[in-house]
Design a protein around this ligand. Structure first.
Ligand code: HEC
Length: 143
């Protein structure tokens, strides 16, 4: 009984750690005493790079180089290893497909394909990490 209660406590602690991890972008000062996970760092980089891609797309352009670093989404270690489910892999593939489509867009498809890519970020977050969705939505190009 005691052991049961202890493990309940520990999983509660891990869960709340994960939920705070997934709250939003944190500036410096990691909440996780073990430092930020590879996946969290990659996500922050993806968030910043996508904000820069947005500025290009608004001018009808794209950065010259395909962001190869984003492909690490499949291998980067998350804070909580249990997020790496089959569903995660499916959402990750869907996201990478969207990225390739964006880079193959004709000029008149750029904006729609860009917004579809941002939606693919959100789709994965709805299933594995809802905290940052509000931040991610700001990446969309309105109208
Ligand atoms: C396949 C699923 C998936 C996709 C696609 C995805 N994310 Fe994430 N994202 C996650 C998970 C899981 C975490 C939690 C990472 C951790 O704490 O280890 C996360 C964390 C984040 C964070 C918080 C990082 C921090 O500081 O802790 C931001 C911001 C973020 N993602 C933005 C994005 C953006 C922008 C995109 C699209 C360009 C995107 N994500 C695509 C699953 C995904």
């Amino acid at each position: 009984m005691r052991i049961f209660r202890n493990s309940l406590f520990v999983s509660g602690l891990l869960l709340s750690l994960f939920l705070t991890q997934c709250n939003n972008i944190r500036e410096g000062n990691p909440l996780n005493p073990n430092g930020d996970s590879e996946l969290a760092l990659l996500m922050r980089m993806m968030n910043d790079s996508t904000a820069s891609i947005k500025e290009y797309v608004k001018q009808g352009k794209l950065p010259e180089k395909f962001p190869e670093a984003f492909l690490k989404i499949h291998t980067a270690k998350p804070t909580d290893p249990t997020v790496k489910t089959e569903e995660f892999e499916a959402f990750a593939n869907n996201y990478i497909d969207g990225l390739r489509q964006l880079y193959q867009s004709s000029p008149n498809e750029l904006k729609a394909n860009y917004n579809s890519l941002v939606q693919r970020c959100i789709n994965c977050h709805q299933s594995s990490c809802p905290g940052p969705i509000k931040t991610i939505k700001k990446l969309k190009i309105e109208n």
